[in-house]
Design a protein around this ligand. Structure first.
Ligand SMILES: NC(=O)c1ccc[n+]([C@@H]2O[C@H](COP(=O)([O-])OP(=O)(O)OC[C@H]3O[C@@H](n4cnc5c(N)ncnc54)[C@H](OP(=O)(O)O)[C@@H]3O)[C@@H](O)[C@H]2O)c1
Length: 207
């Protein structure tokens, strides 16, 4: 018997793919979700809310590895805080966290910065909370998923004229490839303290 792996955000675009990958690897999976839904494919769903901390202690109980995929436009630092507050006393041994390229480089100083790039500040805050938790951690930084790029393009296409800001570059990534890497990291036998190099998109490990 091995401990279940907790996937927060296991109902989302990325998390669903992570859950599938872990199941395919023969691992027992638990999902934390805000909504009460029937378990699928043998997955146990624990109801909880990372924004308030409700139910999170139950979700991490008996878990050694957490793949933290839950996220939204705001407050991801607070979500990480609640996750870690429950994970430390539960004896979790590895937190694999999905973050975003630019989290550590975009300066978010003014009120306007926060309005425009508060998401990145939240992701950086989450990274630091996890790094300072005392639990071995992995922060993987990904660029935007193709799905998001497509949604934005779809919205823009509704306008009579589509703005094309100069100097705007985007290099989106397949969420399936990100999920595959998260599964690999979660199943790695030796726990690593690692971070992804944003320029090369590879994981470096520090032991
Ligand atoms: N999309 C991108 O382009 C992109 C790029 C880089 C990194 N990321 C990061 O990857 C992660 C997943 O993104 P995604 O596109 O798969 O997101 P998504 O499809 O919008 O799914 C969000 C997930 O987060 C969960 N969640 C949100 N708020 C929660 C809360 N308060 N408590 C518990 N669970 C909560 C949702 O679960 P329930 O609704 O079931 O509660 C859902 O499973 C996020 O952390 C995001 O920042 C995304």
């Amino acid at each position: 018997m091995t401990a279940p792996i907790l996937v927060t955000g296991g109902t989302g675009t990325l998390g669903r793919k992570v859950v599938r990958g872990l199941l395919d690897a023969g691992r027992e999976v638990r999902v934390l979700s805000r909504s009460d839904q029937a378990p699928y494919d043998g997955v146990e769903v624990v109801v909880g809310d990372l924004a308030t901390g409700d139910g999170v202690d139950k979700a991490v109980h008996g878990v050694e590895t957490v793949v933290h995929c839950a996220g939204s436009a705001t407050g991801d630092d607070e979500k990480a805080r609640h996750l870690i507050a429950a994970a430390v006393p539960a004896g979790v041994r590895h937190v694999v966290n999905i973050s975003v390229v630019g989290a550590n480089t975009l300066p978010v100083v003014s009120g306007l910065d926060r309005k425009m790039f508060g998401y990145f500040a939240g992701k950086r805050g989450a990274e630091l909370i996890i790094e300072r938790s005392g639990i071995p951690w992995t922060n993987l930084r990904a660029t935007q998923f193709h799905e998001l790029t497509f949604t934005v393009a779809e919205q823009l296409a509704k306008l009579p004229v589509v703005p094309a800001p100069s100097g705007f570059r985007i290099q989106s990534v397949d969420a399936a490839a990100v999920a595959e890497r998260l599964v690999e990291l979660a199943l790695a036998r030796r726990r690593a303290r690692s971070r992804t190099s944003p320029d090369r998109g590879r994981t470096r490990s520090r032991r």
